[in-house]
Design a protein around this ligand. Structure first.
Ligand SMILES: Nc1ncnc2c1ncn2[C@@H]1O[C@H](COP(=O)(O)OP(=O)(O)OP(=O)(O)O)[C@@H](O)[C@H]1O
Ligand SMILES: [Mg+2]
Length: 302
């Protein structure tokens, strides 16, 4: 991690992975790497929260281990499970080969051979190239008991398996947590982390992202697309389009050889940016044209 000497070096390192990073975001990433503190990223959908973990792992040459959260996620699925099927086979084989001694079988069955390592345990294991990046994605989808469990796991980076003992990370992983804020994550967990709200990028930065991710798009089309999407975000919509949608839309337009936006083109491709029928119907008729006219008026010809 010797290349991480400044905030600019973080921007440069992520830029090399085609990840465009504001100074504020680069600052928390820098601090998180320097201080070894988990990074908690909250923000709207599709603004690059998950992607930054991938970019950091790729840039540092570390393994990325992802724990995708969901409702009902429990410690067993997050840390480890015993491979019951394999254990059963071992028991049957021992029985078939004659008198299995219960005690020796027990010690034999609860060894690493029968352990299924889930992301949190994997993240405690030493890896080639250094400690891995542990991405705990969409934390807001889990429940409070799991959060409490995480709090403990993240404070000492060790896992205790009754049959095997305690496994401790030789070097703590680089931890990135994300949330879409469908509910508030508990203060105690947030306090352990450096926090950053990932906002929609401003105009020039979104153009830069588009150039990095869809370089085939002409400057004129990019400016139109970004302006239109940015304008849409100010409208009263159920689900505002993220950066991911901007990129998708530009790629769709390129595939259709579109050079300039028109109300017809927008109507045909609207499914790339809006994913709810109510939002789409709001944009039908003269609405798309109104927004497009407003956008065209603000864009200077390039
Ligand atoms: N700053 C950025 N630089 C480069 N690409 C970006 C950036 N932000 C977003 N993207 C692009 O947008 C896509 C979606 O980003 P990502 O999946 O990280 O969003 P997210 O914030 O995790 O969304 P969700 O909350 O829906 O999971 C990425 O695949 C990436 O191509
Ligand atoms: Mg994500």
């Amino acid at each position: 991690m010797s290349e991480i000497t400044s905030i600019e070096s973080v921007q440069k390192m992520l830029g090399a992975q085609d990840y465009v990073c504001s100074r504020a975001l680069a600052t928390v990433v820098f601090l998180s790497l320097r201080l070894g503190r988990p990074l908690f990223l909250e923000g709207e959908a599709g603004v690059g929260k998950t992607e930054i973990a991938k970019a950091i792992a790729a840039a540092l040459g570390r393994k990325l281990i992802r724990l995708q959260c969901y409702e009902g996620l429990d410690a067993a699925s997050a840390v480890y499970e015993w491979n019951f099927a394999e254990q059963m086979i071992a028991i049957r084989t021992a029985e078939a080969s004659g008198g299995a001694d219960r005690d020796s079988l027990k010690t034999e069955l609860f060894t690493e051979e029968y352990l299924i390592e889930r992301p949190l345990l994997q993240a405690m294991r030493p890896q080639d190239g250094g400690a891995p990046v542990l991405l705990i994605d969409e934390l807001d989808r889990t429940d409070a008991p799991f959060e409490a469990f995480l709090l403990e796991a993240l404070s000492d980076f060790q896992v205790t398996i009754p049959e095997l003992g305690t496994i401790k990370a030789p070097e703590p992983p680089i931890v990135i947590l994300t949330s879409n804020r469908t509910r508030e994550v508990h203060d105690a967990l947030k306090r352990r982390c450096l926090y950053h709200w990932v906002d929609y990028p401003e105009f020039e930065r979104e153009i830069e992202i588009l150039q990095a991710r869809a370089p085939e798009a002409s400057e004129a089309l990019s400016r139109e697309v970004v302006s239109f999407v940015q304008k849409l975000r100010t409208e009263d919509l159920f689900k505002k389009p993220g950066v991911a949608e901007t990129i998708d839309w530009a790629k769709c337009l390129l595939a259709l050889d579109v050079i300039n936006l028109s109300p017809e083109v927008i109507a045909d491709t609207i499914g790339a940016i809006l994913k709810y029928q109510d939002d789409i119907s709001k944009l039908q008729g003269s609405e798309a044209k109104r927004i497009l006219d407003e956008v065209s008026a603000t864009l200077e010809p390039v």
